[in-house]
Ligand binder design. Structure first.
Ligand code: G3P
Ligand code: MG
Length: 242
């Protein structure tokens, strides 16, 4: 069965990458959540997508140039006013909460544009502190970072994120000891999924928001999808399975 991951939480209905959007993912019984992590200036692993706070909060500036205290004062709810003030969570806060759920957790390391020193080690330390290694998948567009994660924590699954159609990505994934491919969905078709599976790789395309795309991905039997609308995806999956 295809796992449904709430992308940045339930980002289509709640403020992305906030506790409100992760709690909503549990309410709609998503199988997992996806979240993006970066480092504050004082080394706290924080959950936010862009390298600046400009788009998603009421502040301005680079995430990596602000202290956690400064980041915490910002309102990360720029879109869904009915949910009021929603701070940028720390990864610690999310994992502490998630240990009491059964969610799968995809932690995307957002270190492909801005390098963050020891982001991998700090993230792994938190995952292990809360005993979540078996439920966590690390992913990144920075594949060196995935190699680093695998070296530091070989028991935690790593996945390669990518945008373009790649030639035999299984050879590359095997070289990096990654267990999953997280491709941009237009690069995915039935034969690709079959080939990836034949090479013992999981396939989880992003970001699948339209009903037709969801149906197609369920028909391909991909292992997971990332969607901003997990409730809708759950309903469509139920109908598809019937
Ligand atoms: O991990 C899947 C997806 O989140 C990758 O793209 O830009 O939404 O982080 P983005
Ligand atoms: Mg992401």
């Amino acid at each position: 069965m295809t796992h449904i991951f709430a992308h940045r939480g339930s980002a289509g209905t709640h403020p992305e990458n906030t506790m409100a959007s992760f709690i909503e993912a549990v309410r709609v019984q998503a199988d997992g959540i996806e979240l993006d992590v970066q480092l504050s200036r004082d080394g706290v692993v924080v959950v936010i997508h862009d390298e600046t706070v400009n788009r998603t909060t009421d502040g301005t500036g680079w995430v990596g140039q602000m202290t956690y205290r400064q980041l915490r004062k910002l309102n990360a709810n720029y879109k869904f006013k009915q949910y009021g003030f929603c701070p940028i969570p720390s990864l610690q806060e999310v994992l502490e909460w998630a240990q009491n759920t059964s969610l799968l957790i995809n932690i995307e390391l957002k270190n492909n544009l801005v390098p963050y020193e020891r982001l991998e080690a700090k993230t792994i330390e938190l995952v292990e502190r809360y005993g979540l290694a078996s439920r966590v998948v690390f992913s990144s567009f920075n594949h060196e970072s995935m190699a680093t994660c695998h070296k530091l924590a070989p028991d935690i699954e790593t996945a390669l994120l990518y945008m373009e159609k790649l030639h035999r990505p299984w050879s590359y994934a095997h070289a990096l000891q990654a267990l999953a491919l997280h491709p941009y969905h237009p690069t995915v078709d039935q034969s690709f999924v079959e080939a990836a599976h034949a090479h013992h790789l999981l396939v989880r395309p992003f970001t699948i928001n339209k009903e037709e795309q969801m149906k197609t991905m369920f028909r391909y039997e991909v292992d997971g999808i990332f969607t901003d609308f997990p409730e809708k995806a759950k309903n469509i999956r139920e109908k598809t399975l019937r």
